[in-house]
Design a protein around this ligand. Structure first.
Ligand SMILES: [Zn+2]
Length: 118
């Protein structure tokens, strides 16, 4: 047994969507907003998740002794060695610490000229 088509609701929706009345425009705007939200929500959630993961990774510290990773601790929870003199990521470890860094303006470079032809 087939249900009869709800012509009343179809005609009402068509009038609301097609007739140039404020209610029709409002309905179209609401539908457009809902559709846009549904389409863009995965992208927004993905971007937010990516940013959160980046922040989390930046704060994560890896123990130099045992390799255990933790966030917000001064000591490794696995082996007890202190975290404070370690860089937070492998890229930061290659940069020398501020105490060993020499400012190029304070340094004089002596160049000796050597004549190889003699
Ligand atoms: Zn450790």
């Amino acid at each position: 047994m087939q249900r009869p088509l709800p012509w009343f609701w179809i005609v009402l929706a068509a009038v609301l969507l097609l007739a140039p009345i404020p209610a029709g425009r409002l309905l179209l705007d609401v539908l457009g907003g809902i559709t846009l939200t549904i389409l863009l929500l995965p992208l927004l959630l993905g971007a937010a998740g990516f940013l959160a993961w980046q922040v989390l990774q930046r704060r994560m510290r890896t123990c130099a002794v045992c390799g255990f990773s933790a966030i917000g601790l001064d000591q490794c929870p696995a082996c007890g060695s202190p975290y404070e003199q370690q860089a937070s990521s492998p890229a930061d470890r290659q940069v020398p610490s501020a105490g060993l860094e020499i400012d190029a303006r304070d340094v004089t470079i002596d160049v000796e000229v050597v004549n190889d032809r003699d």
